[in-house]
Design a binder for this molecule. Structure first.
Ligand SMILES: CC(C)(COP(=O)(O)OP(=O)(O)OC[C@H]1O[C@@H](n2cnc3c(N)ncnc32)[C@H](O)[C@@H]1OP(=O)(O)O)[C@@H](O)C(=O)NCCC(=O)NCCSC(=O)C[C@@](O)(CC(=O)O)C(=O)O
Ligand SMILES: [Mg+2]
Length: 299
C-alpha cells in the first residue's frame, strides 16, 4: 500500500531551478514540499533543475517534511527523466500536472513502477497525486482519484483551470465553486485527500485567511502554497481551535457515557449530538494530535 498517514495542511511549491531555495525550505516547517519541475522552471533549465532535484533529495535532510515532485506533463518528452530522478532520489510522491483521465494516472504509475524496479526501491511505495486543471479533469475527478492504489489525493489548480474555463479570477472565488465542490465530492467518494489551489496575492494576508477559512469549512485537507509566509497562517487556520478540541472531547465522552446508559441522542455544549458526530470528533482530535497541539487520548 503506497499511501501513508501524514499531516498535509500545507504543501509549498519550490522552484527547483533555484538552488538556494530548495536546499533550505524545511526551515519553514511546511508539512510537505513540492519540488517543481513543471511551470516554475524555464524551458532551457529543465535538465539542470532535474539534476538539482536529485542532489537535493539524496543529500538534504528534510527532517520529516514530505517531499513531492511535480513532474512535467505526460505527453512531454521530459516526464520519463523527471520520474526516474524523483524515484532514484527517494521522493515520497509524484504530483501529476494537468491530469484529465484515469489512463494518464495509470500510465504514470507504470513509469513509476519501472523506475522503482530500476533503482531498487520498494515497488508500490511512491505515492501519487493528480492536479486537476481543466474542465475535463474536474469531470473525471473520481476516475482519476481511483485510478491507482498509489493515489494519495487530488488538487485543484486554479490558474490553468480558469484559463481553460475562460473564467476570470475573483476575490470571492465564485468561478471556482463548481470545481471545488465537484472535486471534493469525488475525493471523499474515492477516499483520497483534497487540496486547494495556490493563492497568488502573497501580500494580502486578510484575503488569504478568508480563503483558508472557506476551504477548511468546505472540507479540504490542505492548501498548495507558493511562499513561506503562507505556511504558518495555513496551519493556524487548519489546526483545530482550543474550543473545537474541547467540544470533540465532550462529544466523545458524552457518546461513550450515553452508550453505557442506553441513550441514543443527547445534548453536548448546547447542541444535539448522536453517533453521527463521533467520526468528526475523532478526526478533530487526530488532526490536533498530528499537529502537536493535543496530547490526550484518541478513543
Ligand atoms: C512568488 C515568488 C516569486 C515571490 O518571490 P519573492 O522573492 O518576491 O518572495 P519573498 O516573500 O520576498 O521571499 C522571502 C524569502 O522566502 C524565500 N522564498 C520565496 N518563495 C519561496 C518558496 N516557494 N519556497 C521557499 N522559499 C521561498 C525567498 O527566497 C526569500 O528568502 P531570503 O532571500 O533568504 O529572504 C516566490 O515566492 C516563488 O517563487 N514561489 C513559488 C512559485 C512557484 O513555484 N510556482 C509554481 C507553482 S504554482 C503554479 O504552477 C500554478 C498552478 O499550476 C498551481 C497548482 O498546480 O496548484 C495553477 O495552475 O494554478
Ligand atoms: Mg498549473
Amino acid at each position: 500500500m503506497a499511501v501513508t498517514n501524514h499531516i498535509r495542511r500545507s504543501m509549498i511549491f519550490l522552484n527547483t531551478q533555484r538552488a538556494a531555495l530548495v536546499k533550505e525550505a524545511f526551515v519553514y516547517h511546511p508539512d510537505c514540499v513540492i519540488f517543481d519541475l513543471e511551470d516554475a522552471v524555464a524551458e532551457g533549465e529543465k535538465d539542470s533543475a532535474r539534476i538539482q532535484l536529485y542532489q537535493t533529495l539524496k543529500n538534504v535532510d528534510y527532517q520529516g517534511v514530505e517531499r513531492w515532485v511535480r513532474v512535467n506533463a505526460l505527453d512531454s518528452d521530459l516526464i520519463n527523466e523527471d520520474i526516474r530522478a524523483a524515484v532514484a532520489g527517494g521522493a515520497e510522491g509524484i504530483r501529476l500536472p494537468k491530469t484529465e483521465t484515469a489512463a494518464e494516472v495509470q500510465a504514470a504509475a507504470d513509469k513509476i513502477a519501472a523506475a522503482e524496479t530500476e533503482f531498487n526501491r520498494p515497488v508500490g511505495k511512491t505515492m501519487m497525486m493528480a492536479a486537476l486543471e481543466s474542465p475535463l479533469g474536474i469531470m473525471n475527478a473520481y476516475e482519476i482519484a481511483t485510478a491507482s492504489d498509489r493515489m494519495m489525493g487530488i488538487a485543484l489548480s486554479a490558474g490553468d483551470y480558469t484559463r481553460t474555463m475562460h473564467a476570470k479570477r475573483t476575490v470571492a472565488g465564485t468561478e471556482l465553486f463548481g470545481a471545488r465542490s465537484q472535486m471534493l465530492i469525488a475525493a471523499r467518494a474515492a477516499g483520497v485527500m483534497a487540496f486547494a489551489t495556490v493563492y497568488t496575492d502573497t501580500d494580502n494576508e486578510a484575503g488569504f485567511v478568508d480563503e483558508l477559512r472557506l476551504i477548511k469549512d468546505m472540507g479540504f485537507d490542505g492548501k498548495s502554497c507558493i511562499n513561506p509566509k503562507q505556511i504558518g497562517v495555513t496551519h493556524a487556520v487548519f489546526n483545530p481551535s482550543a474550543a473545537e478540541i474541547k467540544h470533540a472531547e465532550h462529544v466523545m465522552q458524552a457518546v461513550a457515557d450515553s452508550k453505557a446508559n442506553g441513550v441514543g441522542v443527547l445534548t453536548v455544549d448546547g447542541k444535539m449530538v448522536d453517533i453521527a458526530w463521533v467520526e468528526g470528533a475523532q478526526r478533530t482530535l487526530k488532526l490536533a494530535q498530528a499537529a502537536g497541539i493535543y496530547k490526550g487520548a484518541l478513543v
